[in-house]
Design a protein around this ligand. Sequence first.
Ligand code: C2E
Ligand code: CA
Ligand code: CA
Length: 753
Amino acid sequence: MSEIHHSHDDALVFMDEVTTDHSSLIHAVKSSWRIMIIDDDPDVHSATMFALGNLEIQNRPLSFLHAYSANEARTILAQESDIAVILLDVVMEQEDAGLNLVNYVRKNLGLNDVRIILRTGQPGYAPEIDAIRDYDINDYKTKSELTRTKLYTTVTSAIRSYEQICSITASQRGLELIVNASTELMSQKGLQNFSSGVLQQISSLLGRKIDGFICSPRDEQLRVNDLAELEIIAANSIFTPLIAQLASAIEHSEIRQMIGQALVTRNNLFSPHATLLLFESVDQKDVAVYLQSPMSELDKRLLDVFCSNISVGLSNVMLSSRLHRFAYFDPLTGLANRLKLLQTLTETLQSPQKEQSVLSLIDIDHFAETNDALGHQFGDLLLCAVAKRLLTNFGTSCHLSRVGGDTFALLGDQQSVNPDNIFKIFHHPFDVDNQDVQLSSTIGLVKLKNYDGGSSDALKDTNIALKRAKTHQRSSYSYFTLDMGVEIRERVRMMHALRAAFDNERLFVVFQPQIDMITNEAVGAEALLRWKTEDGSFIPPDQFIPIAEYSGLIVDIGEWVLRSACHELVQIHAQGYTDFKMAINVSQAQFSHPLFLQILERALHDTGAPANYVELEITESMAMTDPELLIKTLHHIKQLGAQISIDDFGTGFSSLSHLQKLNVDKLKIDRAFVNEIGENADEGSIAKMIVQLSQSLNIKVIAEGVETEHQAKTLLSFGCRLAQGYFYARPLTKEDLKIWLIDNEQISIRQPT
Ligand code: C2E
Ligand code: CA
Ligand code: CA
């Protein structure tokens, strides 16, 4: 490769500049225009250089690269990047060597900017017209045609067009960057960023620093004709102080006039000192660009191309602003959504405002029921009514958003955001579809003072507080406290530990005997789950059963308890205690599992346990939640032959008719009522009532938590024969139960009834 007046370094500088700073693009190539001569005839090289040697085009000299074969040309072209013009001999090694090379330049190397002038020695030979079009060949000349002046004008016009193409390519590259950036930004400042990008881009396109600013209508308006409605959204150098001001506030009357005129004529304007570009489109906002610079004809042409490019970019930005609206706002109420809240919350948490701020979640009570009863349309109107009232009362001072179906979030000063103020707006009925609807709400709050979590933690914690408030009663509120969070984290930790304990067989079942107080015989036992941790301590079921229920683990664990208890029952029967029954606790989550009946059937079948000696303990509250499902399930359970007993009886609420329908076998008097039976004879009236109730319904009854002989005797006097409690036996391991059963036999034999 041979080269004159040029070095590699320049090429590298040029490349860097293109990708980083477009404003220096034009200056960077100022050194020289690079012309490549490809010809197998050395005479052509010297003749061309002689003809063009001291030519200057736009104040820049020419420099030359030489290749004497198509192959050599390929090597050079693959390494060089800023060649303006190639003067190419068509016929070299082969007839079509030149055209093949053109193909290689355009397709393989992807060099689309370089201008190509084909030359041939044979007058009769001309490439196909298709090839000229497809390969973007600038000119085709026979060598004899190329006199010195002709060569001169041909190369000059090729360089002009190369320069133009470069500028446009650069601006397109720049726009690509802007458009990409704008889609990434997706923030409210998208249009601003885009606009300052546009100003930079124009400077780099025209190769000189141009002062200017960009304005666009405030609000949602598309088209404006009043300067007072235009806001300056981006500006550079001397105009920067104008940012965020109205166009009507611009001091220079000339500038104001120019913008005003462009708004009326709806055209670009070029004055001796300045330029005004107006972008408008059918469904997008007007954008006006003021440039403090006169424009040459070439400048105007470049701006033309640039403007058509820019509207595409602008549409993209506008589109992204609209997408932004969808991403951050709730379409139903027009309020901010959860994502937007998190953004605002992050800002608040980082600002001094944090210290007096409160985040609250406001949940509409019984919204789901209203929605189901009166329809979704009504529900939507209702939400809008609530949104509107919240907005009127808190809108200006607080950040309001809708974060869930019927949950609104309010973030603001504790003076405004507090339960009193929030409840106040629910004092009057809401007008929905011309009806008065009285609503109430439940509120969870977090004080951000000293809060050390992030925005999503704060939202989660507010939710915890809300859930807590809901457990109290509807229309109440709760402030988040650290122990609530600890509690939740502890629950999550315990959930993982429980799963591991179950997998590692650290759960086991113990059995607490149930006694017939008249005969002192063991009539059965209740299976109770135990969890022994690795360090040997026990976690009480009252703590881990709710977690197992909450996490769904209870389904697997419960099945395992069921099978273990059935297996044990078979063992006990085999020992000769053939009347022995096994009571097994079944929780709501297990019971309402669609496969529960199958699980039960399989446990009975696989262990060979006699179904009519298996008793399932369900709680009274469970009996109340879904009566239809319950009645159906109970019916199937009874068909299998198993018995049902109602645990913790007396703590919930059940109607008598309900109890009859459920067709249960046994009531289990809650420990609390047994506990009431103290030394004073008249205590235990509830226990007594339950016993009477069971007698009138013809249902068996058992008392649990019997700790003293007095309690046992009192219960017996009420007519309750069956008991379970520490007075008789603690829950025992299966080994201990076997021993206990034998020992107890002796006692019952010794104790005549
Ligand atoms: P529960 O069904 O009411 O079980 C009776 C609880 O009272 C047992 O507590 C038992 O150890 C305790 N207890 C028995 N006699 C006395 C007494 O004389 N005095 C006192 N103070 N307490 C007595 P435990 O074993 O801690 O079980 C607590 C709860 O955990 C159970 O209440 C039951 O709701 C649940 N649970 C235990 N095992 C299982 C299980 O396998 N599945 C399900 N779903 N829940 C279970
Ligand atoms: Ca029980
Ligand atoms: Ca109980």
